[in-house]
Design a protein around this ligand. Structure first.
Ligand code: PLP
Ligand code: COI
Length: 338
């Protein structure tokens, strides 16, 4: 294993030894290639550069207490990428190819998987891009699917601790019938300005309302939102948010723990009624929210400076399953290294 200060790792890019690639040409996927080059040679008219034919995924591998390395819900990430592919006219990456490439890249870079105690993990980043030339707005004929990995620490400073968020009304991340439900780079480009603004004002993250009415909660930066009240896990239903696999898992975990689960529109004012609130995602895991400011109305919705008991229970249970310490009764984990 590499001799790194795993405990103090930030969420950033760090080179590892190998990435894996597969090319789509003449209507079919080729062989998996192992590569040690961090760079891509691209045609200057590639559709990924001009017309945003770019999709990515995010998942993690965990070095567990029992010495094994596990991944979490790989099939679901493969299926979400397939949905994105349909959304922006790219060829679907079959689940078997996706899974084989994930397993391969994790095994090839096992020296880079952080230690169990560190709290850091190996972040897995699949990327699919249109590579052939077009000048008219059309999909490419050729594609490159690659996966790299990088060891990461917590997405927000402090890990499982509460952070303040700010509602942004002047910026939309995605439109109701747009690409918000797909994991495409354009959505993140659309979020950069608002995210920077939130940071400049001292907040951890920007918080989006629905683009059409500015009435309902959408999501928080690169994570879904959940609120807890009356023993109920409440999370937004919206056509413009990413269907988070962490959120889907938490809905199931909440149900397993005896909570009620509601997935529905959440009007902004309802924030006032939540006892706990948090952001959830692969990078964010669960990031409890201390308060959300609405600078236009001067309203502050507060949920406490410390993570609440239900958020803690959800966090511990999810982590327990991911690290193979709590029974994986839904079959979410794969052992990649015995
Ligand atoms: N929402 C957005 C915009 C994201 O980028 C992410 C991260 O992938 C999520 C939500 C959380 O999704 P997941 O739990 O599948 O990582
Ligand atoms: C993830 O949680 O995997 C994300 O994609 C968040 C962000 C790093 C883009």
């Amino acid at each position: 294993m590499k001799d790194l200060d795993w405990k103090n790792l930030s969420f950033g890019y760090r080179p590892t030894d190998y990435n894996v690639r597969c090319y789509y040409r003449d209507g079919k996927w080729g062989e998996i290639e192992v590569c040690s080059d961090e760079y891509l040679k691209l045609h200057m008219a590639a559709t990924c550069l001009h017309y945003g034919q770019e999709a990515f995924e995010g998942l993690k591998a965990y070095r567990c207490k029992d010495g094994k390395v596990r991944t979490f819900r790989v099939k679901d990430n493969a299926e979400r990428l397939q949905s994105t592919c349909r959304g922006i006219m790219m060829p679907e990456v079959p689940t078997e190819l996706f899974t084989e490439m994930v397993n391969k890249v994790v095994r090839l870079n096992q020296e880079w998987i952080p230690t169990y105690e560190s709290g850091a993990t190996l972040y897995i980043r699949p990327l699919l891009i249109g590579t052939s030339a077009q000048v008219g707005v059309h999909p490419a004929k050729e594609y490159c699917f690659l996966i790299f990995v990088t060891p990461v620490g917590p997405y927000f400073k402090g890990g499982f601790s509460s952070n303040p968020y700010v509602i942004v009304r002047d910026y939309d991340r995605s439109a109701p019938l747009g690409t918000g439900k797909y994991k495409v780079g354009g959505n993140y480009a659309a979020s950069l300005f608002a995210n920077n603004l939130a940071h400049e004002k001292g907040y951890a993250c920007e918080f989006y309302l629905d683009a059409k009415e500015k009435k309902y909660i959408d999501e928080c930066g690169a994570a879904n939102f959940f609120g807890i009240k009356n023993n109920t896990y409440v999370t937004p239903k919206s056509t413009s948010i990413l269907p988070s696999i962490t959120n889907r898992s938490l809905m199931q975990v909440a149900e397993d723990l005896g909570l009620k689960v509601e997935r529905r529109q959440i009007p902004e004012e309802e924030l006032e009624t939540f006892e706990e609130a948090g952001a959830c995602g692969t990078a964010a895991v669960i990031s409890p929210i201390s308060y959300i400011d609405d600078l236009d109305t001067g309203k502050r919705y507060s949920f406490g400076d410390q993570p609440g008991p239900i958020s803690k229970k959800l966090y511990d249970t999810l982590r327990g399953i991911q690290y193979g310490e709590i029974e994986d009764k839904h079959g979410w984990t794969n052992v990649v290294i015995e």
